[in-house]
Design a binder for this molecule. Sequence first.
Ligand code: GFB
Length: 324
Amino acid sequence: MTGVSNYDLAGKRVFVAGHRGMVGSALVRRLASENCTVLIADRRELDLTKEEPTLRWLEANRPEVVVHAAAKVGGIAANNNFPVEFLCDNLEVELNVIRASHTIGVQRLLFLGSSCIYPKYAKQPIAESELLTGPLEPTNEWYAIAKIAGLKMCQAYRRQYGDDFISVMPTNLYGRGDNYHPDHSHVPAALIRRFHEAKLAKAPTVTVWGTGTPLREFLNVDDFADACIFLLKNYSSDLPINVGSGNELTIADFAAAVAEVVGYEGKLLFDTSKPDGTPRKLLDSSRIRALGWRANTSLRSGLASAYEDFLKGYGRHLEVPAAS
Ligand code: GFB
């Protein structure tokens, strides 16, 4: 069940489910340098929450490889406020995509999970073996349960039918094409936007959620897409595999780094009425490193290019105020 494959993507038809999201669009960019055919489907053409149309689309388009990057995602507030969507929509899409991929006999499927599948107080850095060893972080348990179910589906299809379905668990991601919704985004996009707007408004202070003390590890999405392609070619196992950068810092230090990149010089305030979430979430990425992959974007250069893309209007929920 565990081992290294030497899978050749050349000439393959690769379906990226969720190609409009930050991760899906990074995967499409990365796959452009592989000699394969990338398949995508717009939401109007294919609703992945519907079982029958999903199967029909896959039957008609016959991918040999499926990358499951379609998910309802969001930051700590969105997770907390929309438990039904984060649980049910994600479960529906996972069932439909994974089951239909089995039915049409895809050669390889890569399922994208999240570091929030691990227990709130997991031993740090978090090894893959920490899965299901303790209670989850309550702000995102709905999303975490859906992602755990997805990875279990991959394991079940592998165990019962020998399907070569694998799961990857990224740490906190940021980068091009993020969601800049003021309340529903993750911390990198939220702070890029907030500092940019404060800079333009010459605001003396910016408010950061929580105490600023939680520790997070940040990985650039283009590095993550590269890791996914690496794993598609080199990894075959029923064990999920972590992908992190080792770039860990407190939210206060992260906020200061974003402020510097954006060029905001005012003061940071912390709103402790907002949730901190899990106190620390550093992945143990030694397994993927042992296979020969590592992240190569520094946090500073990654944030600088994310800010550049934000200014160009790449991303969702963006009405960037023009500089005066
Ligand atoms: O990025 P974030 O929402 O994800 O928040 P999580 C990370 C930390 O940044 C938390 C703080 O401690 C937040 O309180 N933070 C500070 C902010 N200011 C802000 C802000 O303006 N917006 C946001 N969003 N946070 C998510 C999960 O947890 O991790 C998801 O909810 C997913 O399901 C993702 O798994 C990777 O790391 O707390």
